[in-house]
Structure formats: structure tokens, C-alpha cells
Ligand binder design. Structure first.
Ligand code: SME
Length: 155
């Protein structure tokens, strides 16, 4: 993966003088289009004071999983664990919410603002075991950049 090229592009997107929501959409579009095994890219954020995530910007197929309770699925687990979750094969996960039969793997990285887990970036892939340490590094970078510029509440 050309991680430095992707990081520079993310910085360019963040620096654009557009609405924050448009930056998030541009990040989703860029990642989905430029990394071939990223088939769905989206941001979920904590839904107000509720113990649930709400889907914000995304690129890829529509999903019915707009609201995900904390603890449910890979996303909901990251909301409570505060840890990255890399799933190389979704069939090995019991607590998993399917967003389509084509999805084979998933990576979720939390976003922290002032130490609080306020959301996450979620990537679905149609490939098995596509993710390397570079994906984690790139997506952690994306989350840090988003966190630096975030204007709460996003949703
Ligand atoms: N698979 C996720 C649900 C969200 S979709 O991937 C868009 C999960 O298990 O939390």
C-alpha cells in the first residue's frame, strides 16, 4: 500500500475549505475508490447520549444498519472496547452484523476526542484476509485527522 500518498491525500481533503460533513464524505469516496479491497467505507458516531451508533457519511451499498446498539456487531463492540477490531474472516465472528453476503472481512478503528470514543471508521471488504498493519496505520491516521478537525455533534 502507498501509505504516504494516501496520508497526503487525506490531509488535502481535511484542509479543503468545505463543510466538515463533505470532508468525511470525500474521505469515504477516496478510500473506497483508491484501495481496491475497500468495498464499503463509512463513519459511525455516537448518537447523542444514547448507547448506540448512528451511520453518518459512507460510500458503497446502502445498509439497513443505520443504528447499531453498543455491544452489537463489530462496530458496537468497538464502541465499548475502545480498541481497533480487525476481522480477516467475518465467518469466524459470532457477534457480527452482516451488511451483505459479499462481505468477507472488516476493519473498524475508533475515533477519540479528548479521550472519549465518539465514533469510528468502518471498512468492509469482499476479500478474505486483505488487511495488513498498513491498513491499521492509515486508518488510525485518518481517525486522528478527523478527530483534530471534528465539530461536534456530527449527527
Ligand atoms: N458489519 C458491521 C455492521 C455495519 S456494516 O458493516 C456497514 C458490524 O458487525 O458491526
Amino acid at each position: 500500500m502507498q501509505i504516504d500518498i494516501h496520508k497526503n491525500k487525506i490531509i488535502n481533503i481535511i484542509d479543503n475549505n468545505v463543510r466538515f460533513e463533505d470532508k468525511l464524505q470525500a474521505i469515504c469516496d477516496y478510500l473506497e475508490h483508491s484501495i481496491d479491497y475497500y468495498d464499503w467505507v463509512g463513519f459511525y458516531f455516537k448518537n447523542g447520549n444514547k448507547q448506540e451508533l448512528k451511520l453518518a457519511q459512507f460510500t458503497g451499498e446502502n445498509t439497513e444498519h443505520v443504528i447499531i446498539p453498543f455491544g452489537k456487531g463489530i462496530c458496537g463492540q468497538v464502541a465499548v472496547s475502545n480498541e481497533n477490531f480487525v476481522v480477516q474472516d467475518v465467518t469466524e465472528q459470532d457477534n457480527y452484523i452482516s451488511c451483505g453476503l459479499n462481505v468477507k472481512s472488516e476493519i473498524v478503528i475508533p475515533i477519540f476526542v479528548a479521550g472519549e470514543n465518539i465514533g469510528q471508521i468502518d471498512i468492509d471488504s469482499h476479500s478474505i484476509s486483505p488487511f495488513t498493519e498498513d491498513d491499521t496505520k492509515l486508518l488510525e491516521f485518518v481517525c486522528l485527522e478527523v478527530a483534530k478537525h471534528i465539530k461536534l455533534p456530527v449527527i
